[in-house]
Ligand binder design. Structure first.
Ligand code: ZN
Length: 234
Protein backbone atom coordinates (compact mmCIF):
# COMPACT_ATOMS: atom_id res chain seq x y z
CA UNK A 1 0.00 0.00 0.00
CA UNK A 2 2.84 2.33 0.94
CA UNK A 3 4.54 1.42 -2.32
CA UNK A 4 1.36 2.27 -4.29
CA UNK A 5 0.96 5.71 -2.70
CA UNK A 6 4.64 6.39 -3.43
CA UNK A 7 4.01 5.42 -7.06
CA UNK A 8 0.95 7.69 -7.20
CA UNK A 9 2.90 10.67 -5.82
CA UNK A 10 5.71 9.98 -8.31
CA UNK A 11 3.23 9.80 -11.19
CA UNK A 12 1.44 13.03 -10.21
CA UNK A 13 4.76 14.87 -9.89
CA UNK A 14 5.82 13.84 -13.40
CA UNK A 15 2.45 14.00 -15.15
CA UNK A 16 2.17 16.52 -17.99
CA UNK A 17 -0.47 19.27 -17.65
CA UNK A 18 -2.33 17.74 -20.61
CA UNK A 19 -2.60 14.32 -18.97
CA UNK A 20 -3.62 15.92 -15.67
CA UNK A 21 -6.40 17.84 -17.46
CA UNK A 22 -7.61 14.65 -19.18
CA UNK A 23 -7.58 12.54 -16.03
CA UNK A 24 -9.45 15.29 -14.15
CA UNK A 25 -12.00 15.19 -16.97
CA UNK A 26 -12.33 11.44 -16.59
CA UNK A 27 -13.01 11.87 -12.88
CA UNK A 28 -15.82 14.36 -13.66
CA UNK A 29 -17.19 12.00 -16.35
CA UNK A 30 -17.29 9.14 -13.86
CA UNK A 31 -18.86 11.33 -11.22
CA UNK A 32 -21.53 12.53 -13.63
CA UNK A 33 -22.48 9.27 -15.27
CA UNK A 34 -21.56 6.46 -12.87
CA UNK A 35 -22.82 8.13 -9.73
CA UNK A 36 -25.65 10.07 -11.35
CA UNK A 37 -27.14 7.36 -13.51
CA UNK A 38 -26.33 3.94 -12.19
CA UNK A 39 -29.19 2.42 -14.20
CA UNK A 40 -27.64 3.65 -17.45
CA UNK A 41 -24.30 2.06 -16.71
CA UNK A 42 -25.85 -1.20 -15.56
CA UNK A 43 -27.53 -1.31 -18.99
CA UNK A 44 -24.34 -0.36 -20.85
CA UNK A 45 -22.43 -3.14 -19.11
CA UNK A 46 -24.76 -5.60 -20.82
CA UNK A 47 -24.18 -4.16 -24.30
CA UNK A 48 -24.75 -1.18 -26.56
CA UNK A 49 -27.85 -0.17 -28.45
CA UNK A 50 -26.98 3.16 -30.11
CA UNK A 51 -29.62 5.25 -31.90
CA UNK A 52 -27.51 5.98 -34.96
CA UNK A 53 -24.18 5.71 -36.75
CA UNK A 54 -22.61 9.13 -37.14
CA UNK A 55 -19.60 9.62 -39.42
CA UNK A 56 -17.72 12.82 -38.67
CA UNK A 57 -14.35 14.46 -39.16
CA UNK A 58 -11.52 13.90 -36.67
CA UNK A 59 -11.36 17.69 -36.21
CA UNK A 60 -11.29 18.52 -32.49
CA UNK A 61 -14.05 21.13 -32.96
CA UNK A 62 -16.70 18.78 -34.29
CA UNK A 63 -17.13 16.01 -31.72
CA UNK A 64 -20.61 14.55 -32.53
CA UNK A 65 -21.25 13.45 -28.95
CA UNK A 66 -20.61 16.96 -27.64
CA UNK A 67 -22.49 18.65 -30.51
CA UNK A 68 -25.61 16.57 -29.98
CA UNK A 69 -25.33 16.47 -26.18
CA UNK A 70 -25.52 12.68 -26.34
CA UNK A 71 -25.14 10.24 -23.49
CA UNK A 72 -22.71 7.29 -23.37
CA UNK A 73 -24.18 4.56 -25.58
CA UNK A 74 -26.32 6.92 -27.70
CA UNK A 75 -24.14 7.16 -30.82
CA UNK A 76 -21.91 4.76 -32.73
CA UNK A 77 -19.28 7.13 -34.09
CA UNK A 78 -16.77 6.79 -36.91
CA UNK A 79 -14.36 9.69 -37.31
CA UNK A 80 -11.65 10.27 -39.88
CA UNK A 81 -10.02 13.12 -41.77
CA UNK A 82 -12.77 14.99 -43.69
CA UNK A 83 -15.54 12.46 -42.78
CA UNK A 84 -14.98 10.39 -45.92
CA UNK A 85 -16.31 6.96 -46.81
CA UNK A 86 -14.26 4.84 -49.24
CA UNK A 87 -16.48 3.11 -51.81
CA UNK A 88 -17.69 -0.44 -51.25
CA UNK A 89 -14.89 -2.83 -52.21
CA UNK A 90 -14.48 -6.55 -51.62
CA UNK A 91 -10.75 -6.71 -52.34
CA UNK A 92 -9.74 -8.44 -49.11
CA UNK A 93 -8.08 -5.27 -47.76
CA UNK A 94 -8.44 -3.83 -44.26
CA UNK A 95 -11.32 -1.38 -44.66
CA UNK A 96 -11.77 0.33 -41.30
CA UNK A 97 -14.59 2.64 -42.33
CA UNK A 98 -16.54 -0.12 -44.06
CA UNK A 99 -16.02 -2.38 -41.03
CA UNK A 100 -17.50 0.28 -38.72
CA UNK A 101 -20.48 0.78 -41.04
CA UNK A 102 -20.99 -2.98 -41.33
CA UNK A 103 -20.93 -3.44 -37.55
CA UNK A 104 -23.40 -0.59 -37.02
CA UNK A 105 -25.78 -1.80 -39.72
CA UNK A 106 -25.65 -5.60 -39.43
CA UNK A 107 -24.93 -6.11 -35.73
CA UNK A 108 -26.28 -3.02 -33.96
CA UNK A 109 -29.08 -2.59 -36.51
CA UNK A 110 -29.02 1.21 -36.39
CA UNK A 111 -31.96 2.84 -38.17
CA UNK A 112 -30.14 6.03 -39.18
CA UNK A 113 -26.73 6.81 -40.67
CA UNK A 114 -25.59 10.42 -40.61
CA UNK A 115 -22.51 11.82 -42.30
CA UNK A 116 -21.63 15.20 -40.89
CA UNK A 117 -19.35 17.55 -42.78
CA UNK A 118 -18.22 20.83 -41.29
CA UNK A 119 -16.94 24.30 -42.09
CA UNK A 120 -13.21 25.08 -42.10
CA UNK A 121 -12.27 21.43 -42.67
CA UNK A 122 -8.48 21.05 -42.87
CA UNK A 123 -8.74 17.81 -44.86
CA UNK A 124 -10.90 19.37 -47.58
CA UNK A 125 -8.71 22.47 -47.59
CA UNK A 126 -5.64 20.25 -48.17
CA UNK A 127 -7.40 18.73 -51.20
CA UNK A 128 -8.23 22.16 -52.66
CA UNK A 129 -4.79 23.60 -51.92
CA UNK A 130 -3.04 20.65 -53.60
CA UNK A 131 -5.25 21.05 -56.70
CA UNK A 132 -4.44 24.78 -56.82
CA UNK A 133 -0.70 24.09 -56.56
CA UNK A 134 -0.49 25.40 -53.00
CA UNK A 135 1.24 22.56 -51.20
CA UNK A 136 1.69 22.07 -47.49
CA UNK A 137 4.88 23.66 -46.12
CA UNK A 138 7.19 21.82 -43.75
CA UNK A 139 7.49 18.06 -43.38
CA UNK A 140 5.77 16.43 -46.37
CA UNK A 141 2.55 14.49 -45.80
CA UNK A 142 2.45 10.84 -46.77
CA UNK A 143 -1.13 9.75 -46.15
CA UNK A 144 -3.36 12.84 -46.13
CA UNK A 145 -3.14 13.47 -49.89
CA UNK A 146 -4.18 9.99 -51.05
CA UNK A 147 -6.92 9.84 -48.38
CA UNK A 148 -8.61 13.15 -49.24
CA UNK A 149 -8.66 12.31 -52.96
CA UNK A 150 -11.72 10.26 -51.97
CA UNK A 151 -13.47 13.64 -52.28
CA UNK A 152 -12.10 14.27 -55.77
CA UNK A 153 -15.56 14.11 -57.39
CA UNK A 154 -16.57 17.09 -55.28
CA UNK A 155 -13.34 18.88 -56.14
CA UNK A 156 -13.74 18.31 -59.89
CA UNK A 157 -17.27 19.66 -59.84
CA UNK A 158 -16.19 22.76 -57.90
CA UNK A 159 -13.25 23.41 -60.24
CA UNK A 160 -15.58 23.13 -63.23
CA UNK A 161 -18.45 25.24 -61.88
CA UNK A 162 -16.55 27.95 -60.00
CA UNK A 163 -13.07 28.25 -61.57
CA UNK A 164 -12.46 31.85 -60.48
CA UNK A 165 -13.58 31.47 -56.87
CA UNK A 166 -11.25 31.89 -53.88
CA UNK A 167 -9.77 28.81 -52.26
CA UNK A 168 -11.96 29.45 -49.17
CA UNK A 169 -15.11 29.44 -51.29
CA UNK A 170 -14.01 26.36 -53.21
CA UNK A 171 -13.24 24.54 -49.96
CA UNK A 172 -16.66 25.47 -48.54
CA UNK A 173 -18.39 24.22 -51.70
CA UNK A 174 -16.35 21.00 -51.57
CA UNK A 175 -17.32 20.41 -47.93
CA UNK A 176 -21.00 20.57 -48.86
CA UNK A 177 -20.62 18.59 -52.08
CA UNK A 178 -18.71 15.76 -50.48
CA UNK A 179 -21.61 15.22 -48.05
CA UNK A 180 -24.04 15.13 -50.99
CA UNK A 181 -21.87 12.72 -52.95
CA UNK A 182 -21.41 10.35 -50.04
CA UNK A 183 -25.15 10.04 -49.61
CA UNK A 184 -25.10 8.49 -53.08
CA UNK A 185 -21.87 6.50 -52.56
CA UNK A 186 -23.28 4.71 -49.52
CA UNK A 187 -25.77 3.07 -51.80
CA UNK A 188 -22.93 1.10 -53.40
CA UNK A 189 -23.07 -1.00 -50.20
CA UNK A 190 -25.64 -3.69 -51.09
CA UNK A 191 -26.73 -4.30 -47.48
CA UNK A 192 -27.27 -0.54 -47.01
CA UNK A 193 -29.18 -0.28 -50.27
CA UNK A 194 -31.53 -3.15 -49.36
CA UNK A 195 -32.31 -1.63 -45.94
CA UNK A 196 -32.90 1.84 -47.38
CA UNK A 197 -35.28 0.32 -49.93
CA UNK A 198 -37.28 -1.61 -47.35
CA UNK A 199 -37.47 1.46 -45.10
CA UNK A 200 -35.47 0.11 -42.15
CA UNK A 201 -32.53 2.47 -42.67
CA UNK A 202 -32.42 6.19 -43.46
CA UNK A 203 -29.38 8.12 -44.66
CA UNK A 204 -28.80 11.74 -43.65
CA UNK A 205 -26.31 14.37 -44.76
CA UNK A 206 -25.52 17.05 -42.16
CA UNK A 207 -23.20 20.03 -42.16
CA UNK A 208 -22.06 21.82 -39.03
CA UNK A 209 -21.26 25.40 -39.90
CA UNK A 210 -19.10 26.34 -36.97
CA UNK A 211 -18.91 29.93 -38.27
CA UNK A 212 -22.68 30.57 -38.16
CA UNK A 213 -23.29 27.94 -35.43
CA UNK A 214 -25.96 26.30 -37.59
CA UNK A 215 -26.62 22.65 -38.22
CA UNK A 216 -27.73 22.07 -41.81
CA UNK A 217 -29.36 19.05 -43.41
CA UNK A 218 -29.21 18.06 -47.07
CA UNK A 219 -32.62 17.79 -48.72
CA UNK A 220 -32.05 15.31 -51.52
CA UNK A 221 -35.39 15.94 -53.28
CA UNK A 222 -34.81 19.71 -53.55
CA UNK A 223 -31.02 19.37 -53.76
CA UNK A 224 -30.38 22.04 -51.10
CA UNK A 225 -29.05 22.28 -47.57
CA UNK A 226 -31.52 23.79 -45.13
CA UNK A 227 -31.15 24.58 -41.43
CA UNK A 228 -31.99 21.69 -39.15
CA UNK A 229 -31.16 23.98 -36.24
CA UNK A 230 -31.03 27.57 -37.45
CA UNK A 231 -28.86 30.39 -36.19
CA UNK A 232 -31.50 32.07 -34.02
CA UNK A 233 -33.09 28.88 -32.62
CA UNK A 234 -32.56 28.09 -28.99
ZN1 ZN B 1 -12.62 18.29 -41.08
Amino acid sequence: MKYRSHLLRHRLRHQSPVITKLTSGFRRFRQRWYRGDEELFQALRQGQNPHALLIACSDSRVDPVLLTDSKPGDLFVMRNVANLVPPYSKDGGSHGVSAAIEYAVKHLEVRDIIVMGHACCGGIRALVDAAEGEGHHGEPDEFIGPWVTLARNALHKVQYTMPGASREDKAHACELLSVRFWLKAWRTFPWIMSRVEDGTLTLHGWYFDLRSRELLEYDEKRDVFHPLVGHSET
